[in-house]
Design a protein around this ligand. Structure first.
Ligand code: ADP
Ligand code: MG
Length: 413
């Protein structure tokens, strides 16, 4: 079935064509009719399979074709997402699919002035895409009226329900109409979260699980056993051997992100970093530069493990294994999006082996191991060691110290 065969508004069809969307993906094929019928949906589908459009298309169609109400005087749909980057990205998808229709969307998130957002809310907005913190703030201030919401969407649903926002979400329910439609979308889910999701809806939920394996079929992923202190040499080698490739590197903490970036810089490899210590504006600039491929390597913490749709990421490197098992799926899912293929490699040190086990249990199967020959291992370390010897060790220590101080100061604030 093609989008042109769907009974949806012609402007929407035109916009989908412009986006190059001809056929619905599996999850779109399964979700769109159910959402159009008004059912509550819990949709689980692999990373990069077009979940955003799976809810955006039917929502925009429904709001656009509802002739019953005075249209612009209330918010009809709220989409909740975990980060402001994701809010902007989802908003962009909504805007593109809603172009030239009557549907107006707005994106709200914290870390920036709220006045402009409040002002925009008065302009008659149909769909709000929001991060929870700012959304609850504006709601408590009376600037965001959710009392007539027809559709509530939780994207990255398991994370949203797990973030400690469940109490807020339950409180919020009191302000939402009872007969609303509720949609949950994610690539991962567990029994506990499923129960929470059920507790938020009146009707039976339709569960779409397409395919069983949570790791995207477009991603080839493997693990290599590399000791903690040697990891940077292996990253250096990978980055030098694939200088033309776009690589997303995940590390455990923001301090490590900066350290790894500095180590790469000493090896004359240009990188960008992304973590929660960066201002909103800088985070956007970094993401933009990486998206456009101006800088080929981005070192990030888990704040960007979920949802972010960056074109043409060739490799994901888990420099550290993620502490939260499902983040493995989300991290490696930043590559191999849409029809593209991607590769992911994880560095696992001796002390991380229990974490690897937990991840494998979550995936219900072992991760393929890349055997590194002893000789190769030593060669990688030796080769990089030469460059490291040239460095001033003192400055290395100072740099680490300065970073710790900076973080301490920030914490005090
Ligand atoms: P998910 O939320 O499932 O991880 P996204 O909604 O971010 O995935 O979409 C992943 C990519 O697939 C995006 O770049 C999007 O433009 C593309 N895409 C979505 N639907 C289609 C479609 N029907 N045909 C072609 N590409 C699509
Ligand atoms: Mg998504």
């Amino acid at each position: 079935m093609k989008f042109s065969d769907y009974r949806i508004n012609e402007d929407i069809k035109f916009n989908l064509e412009q986006l190059g969307f001809k056929k619905p993906t599996d999850i779109q094929y399964k979700s769109i009719p159910a959402i159009l019928r008004g059912e509550d949906v819990l949709a689980i589908a692999q990373t990069g399979t077009g979940k955003t459009a799976a809810f955006a298309i039917p929502i925009i169609h429904k709001i656009h074709s509802d002739k019953s109400s005075k249209r612009t005087d209330f918010i009809k749909c709220i989409v909740m997402v975990p980060t402001h980057e994701l809010a902007l990205q989802v908003n962009e998808v909504f805007e593109k699919i809603a172009e030239k229709t009557r549907v107006k969307t707005l994106c709200i998130f914290g870390g920036v002035e709220q006045d402009a957002q409040i002002k925009s809310l008065y302009k008659g907005i149909d769909i709000v895409i929001a991060t929870p913190g700012r959304m609850f703030d504006l709601q408590h201030q009376g600037a965001l009226d959710l009392s007539k919401i027809e559709i509530l969407v939780l994207d990255e649903a398991d994370h949203m329900l797990d973030l400690g926002f469940i109490k807020d979400i339950r409180d919020m329910q009191r302000f939402l109409p009872k007969n609303r439609q509720t949609l949950f979308f994610s690539a991962t889910i567990n029994e506990h979260i499923k129960k929470l999701a059920y507790s938020l809806v009146n009707n039976a939920i339709r569960i779409q699980i397409s395919p069983k394996d949570p790791v995207s079929k477009n991603v080839q992923h493997a693990v290599a056993f590399i000791e903690m202190d040697d990891k940077r040499f292996f990253l250096e080698r990978i980055l030098k051997e694939h200088a033309d490739k776009k690589v997303l590197v995940f590390v455990r903490t923001k301090v490590r992100a900066e350290r790894v970036a500095n180590a790469m810089s000493r090896a004359e490899i240009k990188t960008l970093t992304m973590h929660s210590d960066k201002e909103h504006k800088e985070r956007l600039q970094v993401l933009e530069a990486f998206k456009k491929g101006k800088t080929k390597v981005l070192i990030a913490t888990d704040i960007n493990a979920r949802g972010i749709d960056i074109p043409n990421v060739d490799f994901v490197v888990n420099y550290d294994l993620p502490d939260v098992a499902e983040n493995y799926v989300h991290r490696v899912g930043r590559t191999g999006r849409g029809d593209q293929k991607g590769q992911a490699i994880s560095f696992c040190s001796t002390e991380e082996k229990p974490t690897l086990k937990t991840i494998e249990t979550f995936l219900t199967k072992p991760i393929h191991v890349i055997d590194i020959e002893k000789e190769d291992y030593l060669e990688t370390v030796e080769f990089a060691n030469d460059t490291i010897l040239k460095e001033d060790l003192q400055s290395l220590l100072k740099e680490a110290e300065a970073l710790e101080q900076k973080l301490k100061k920030k914490k005090k604030k």
